[in-house]
Design a protein around this ligand. Structure first.
Ligand SMILES: [Zn+2]
Length: 348
């Protein structure tokens, strides 16, 4: 066969094969077969070497034109296949945009975080500024300055975690602070009077049972000014109880003993279940909220505040306990709050 015939046969064969190509894999096979390095076109090109210079020039040009037209045909087929594929997608993978979507689960803040913000806001309206003092603390601030000396039996009540760190001659050992009262003297040491402090922080004690978690939160209020009295204390708690627990709730103070306050009180709130009448939960209509009192003059002195001029009140309450006592919440095991069980947390 002559060169021209060979080339024509190749082109005819190519067009026949191209007509039956149905997808991009077949198209690629076709390209390799006719345009690749071991393709039919290369076989035809080999005939060129036996030709004269003039013949070769003309034949070469024809071969190149044939090659170019086949390349263009392959490109066009490729575009067509893609168009057909996309058209098919529109029907094969049709999405009904009128159907409602599947909403991803939406989280919310942990009940502790919510309570911290609520309590912070209630006291902020009374001029108290939220602060945080160290969680890893010297015994000095956690105990000594609060009139709880190294050998005082009250120290056992706090079930303290000790840090394995060098002891300071004055400040003693390092501990995980067992109460937010550690911030009281630290706040006074800033030397900025009067003080309206709301210290909300994590606290730690070696206790774990239905009413204790080893890491819990306290909020500590500290008010130091000229002429602060027990009346202010009562007014603060009345306000807090009504804001946080509801307008029908009442507060009462019971005399108590703490080392760092004099006089000291346990603060009770009227029971939310029986509205103060008395029930199985509260017995006499009252439940305990937390401790409070007027700062002992020694504590003021430890913070560099003159007790002849200033007086102060302080209160420190467990946040988890306060949250769980809120009307409608009756958490049987405080540890559940930190179990990370979404089924529990979603309820609040
Ligand atoms: Zn009750």
């Amino acid at each position: 066969m002559s060169f021209k015939d060979e080339l024509q046969t190749l082109k005819t064969s190519f067009e026949g094969d191209l007509g039956s190509v149905a997808d991009s894999d077949q198209l690629e096979a076709l390209r390799v077969k006719y345009l690749g390095r071991k393709s039919g076109l290369q076989d035809v090109m080999r005939l060129l070497k036996d030709m004269s210079v003039d013949e070769r020039k003309a034949a070469g040009q024809e071969a190149n034109e044939a090659k170019r037209s086949m390349e263009i045909a392959v490109e066009a087929k490729d575009l067509e296949l893609e168009r057909v594929r996309l058209e098919g997608l529109a029907t094969e993978e049709a999405v009904d945009i009128t159907l409602p979507g599947i909403a991803p689960p939406v989280g919310h803040l942990h009940m502790t975080t919510t309570a911290i913000r609520e309590i912070e806001a209630i006291f902020a309206r009374l001029g108290f500024t939220r602060v945080r003092h160290p969680e890893v603390e010297w015994e000095w601030y956690a105990f000594e300055t609060l009139r709880v000396g190294p050998d005082h039996p009250a120290r056992d009540n706090w079930e303290t975690f000790f840090i394995d760190a060098p002891t300071d001659d004055k400040k003693g050992k390092m501990v995980l602070t067992p109460h937010t009262t550690n911030g009281d003297v630290r706040e006074m040491e800033r030397g900025d009077l009067p003080i309206r402090m709301m210290n909300i922080n994590k606290t730690y004690r070696r206790q774990s049972d239905v009413s204790h978690v080893p890491m819990f939160h306290q909020f500590e209020g500290l008010l130091i000014d000229e002429g602060v009295t027990v009346t202010d204390l009562k007014g603060l708690f009345d306000h807090f109880a009504k804001e946080y627990f509801g307008p029908e709730r009442e507060i009462r103070l019971r005399p108590h003993h703490f080392r760092f306050t004099e006089p000291s009180f346990e603060v009770d709130i009227s029971c939310g279940l029986c509205q103060g009448i008395g029930c199985r939960m509260c017995k006499d209509g009252w439940v305990e909220l937390g401790g409070a009192g007027m700062l002992h003059p020694d504590v003021l002195r430890a913070g560099g505040v003159d007790p002849e001029k200033y007086s102060g009140l302080a209160f420190g309450w467990g946040l988890e306990r306060t949250v769980s006592m809120r009307a409608g919440l009756n958490i049987s095991d405080l540890r559940t709050m930190y179990s990370g069980d979404v089924r529990f947390l979603q309820q609040f």
